[in-house]
Design a protein around this ligand. Structure first.
Ligand SMILES: [Zn+2]
Length: 502
């Protein structure tokens, strides 16, 4: 019996070893390509934002359920801002695999356009879609279907996006598609909405209109600028991110060649810039519901890769702060609307107490807090967001929600994946690897050189931080990267699984 038991144990170990080995090869060589890729980008969504969303929900997020997850480095290739990326450079890295300077919309450091995953997918006959809660011309959606040296050139970016003939475009930003005399921002008198209709787009401007469309090219603008924060959204008029995601998948999945869809939770970042914890949490939860829509579609299909990540972290958000071992989410939960879009616009120097009571559930504003608010009003001419920032900081301090910056930070962001090739999105990768892994997963370029940055001698090439120490063959980090079937040395020579013994 004992003998049999030990034989059995050896057998189990051998089988699991074989299974693990074949698993590796499945990722590198044998897996059939993903027909569809749905890429979610939570703008500014770091680990603190996820934790905050989970605490608000009081239950696990859909995003917590992914088996395969990892961390992503986000630094740009920008001599002035070496460590901290903006959404344009980070988006370009994800969309094209190329590191560039902050503000670049899918152009390299020499301002030359670089091909995007959406453009490549289109060439292969796939349907494409961009869904966002920001203006469709804003950095994150723009990097997939436009090329510009400056992210602020949104009128030009609008033309570029339209010329790309993306099948489904849903979000905000109508102002960059219509001329000034019609309330827009265009100086050239072009009405891109009229032009879009001539190109065959159905154009919709509210939720009901959107829900009626079931096929063809769809362009949806639900706001002149960004869509509402989730906590301010009128659910009758404005679709949720999940509503838009569902509609996009419904239309795009009719293409027999498959599709590429990018979905952005764009206002997580904006809320974090303001330090508005409640608005961050509500937008993370809205994003999570959109992720669930995609997973429900991908489940049982075995041909759809769902990736969820962020472009960077915003705010240096921490659960707990100010030197205290505590966090008080109940204070944030009393907040009725977003601080930047609604509460700050209600505030005047004369009604501070009343607005804090009505919208934030704060009845005991201290004299010190009152003085801070009054000083913020004096600063308003110099800094238009001074009142919103101060209001949010008072709430955050009471809730013990920590922030280190009103800008982005250079900390790693999460990545998780489901479906074919999901195993490749594990461990620590670089944001440029996301493009390469998507290409590999879709079978769009079998010869792509993997790990040119994350697998190179220097993890951060411009900063010369060593990833590998000593001999390559005995190096743990190298072994770690080998499971992705893609390691290169400093000369860019690729060591794939198939030639690792040569
Ligand atoms: Zn930002």
């Amino acid at each position: 019996m004992k003998k049999f038991l030990s034989f059995f144990i050896v057998l189990v170990i051998a089988v699991s070893f074989l299974a693990a080995t074949s698993h590796i090869y499945t990722v590198a060589e044998a897996a059939p390509p993903a027909k569809n890729v749905i890429l979610f980008i939570g703008d500014g969504m770091g680990y603190g934002h996820l934790t905050l969303g989970r605490i608000f929900k009081g239950n696990a997020l859909t995003m917590d359920g992914f088996t395969y997850n990892g961390t992503v480095s986000t630094y740009p290739n920008d001599p002035a801002e070496k460590w901290v990326t903006d959404s344009a450079a980070a988006g370009t890295a994800i969309a094209t695999g190329v590191k560039t300077y902050n503000a670049a919309i899918s152009v390299d450091v020499n301002k030359k356009p670089v091909e995007t995953i959406l453009e490549i997918a289109q060439k292969k006959g796939k349907a494409t879609g961009l869904v966002t809660t920001t203006r469709i011309t804003h950095a994150t959606p723009a990097v997939f279907a436009a090329h510009n040296a400056d992210r602020n050139a949104e009128n030009k970016i609008a033309v570029d996006i339209l010329n790309h003939k993306v099948d489904v475009l849903l979000g905000g930003g109508k102002q960059h598609f219509i001329p000034k005399e019609q309330g827009g921002k265009r100086e050239d008198d072009r009405n891109l909405i009229t032009e879009a209709k001539k190109m065959g787009y159905t154009v919709v401007e509210n939720k009901d209109e959107m829900l009626k469309v079931t096929e063809g090219k769809l362009l949806g603008f639900f706001k002149m600028s960004h869509l509402s924060y989730e906590m301010d959204r009128d659910p009758k008029r404005e679709p949720s991110l999940a509503d838009m995601t569902k509609k996009a998948i419904e239309i795009l999945s009719k293409d027999k060649d498959g599709f590429f869809l990018m979905v952005e939770g764009g206002r997580i970042d904006h809320a974090a810039h303001t330090h508005d914890g409640a608005a961050v949490a509500r937008d993370v939860l809205a994003f999570d519901e959109a992720v669930k829509i995609a997973l429900d579609f991908a489940k049982d299909r075995k041909n759809t890769l769902v990736i969820v990540t962020a472009d960077h972290e915003t705010g240096g958000l921490s659960i707990g702060g100010y030197g205290q071992y505590n966090f008080k989410p109940e204070i944030l939960k009393r907040q009725k609307n977003s601080i930047a879009d609604v509460i700050a616009s209600k505030l005047t120097p004369d009604n501070i107490k009343q607005v804090f009571s009505q919208y934030l559930g704060i009845e005991d504003l201290t004299i010190d807090e009152m003085i801070l608010m009054l000083n913020a009003f004096k600063e308003k001419d110099k800094n238009p967001s001074a009142v919103a920032n101060m209001c949010a900081d008072i709430v955050s301090r009471r809730a013990l929600l920590g922030w280190t910056s009103t800008a982005h930070t250079g900390t790693d962001v999460p990545i998780m994946a489901y479906g074919p090739y999901a195993e490749a999105f594990t461990g620590h990768i670089d944001n440029t690897d996301i493009f390469k892994l998507m290409m590999q997963a879709m079978g769009l370029d079998k010869n792509i050189k993997m790990g040119s940055l994350s697998g190179s001698l220097f993890l951060y090439p411009s900063h010369r931080i060593k990833l590998f120490w000593g001999k390559k063959e005995s190096n743990e980090a190298l072994t770690l990267h080998l499971h992705k079937g893609c390691v290169s040395d400093t000369d860019g020579q690729t060591y794939s699984l198939s030639n690792k013994n040569k």
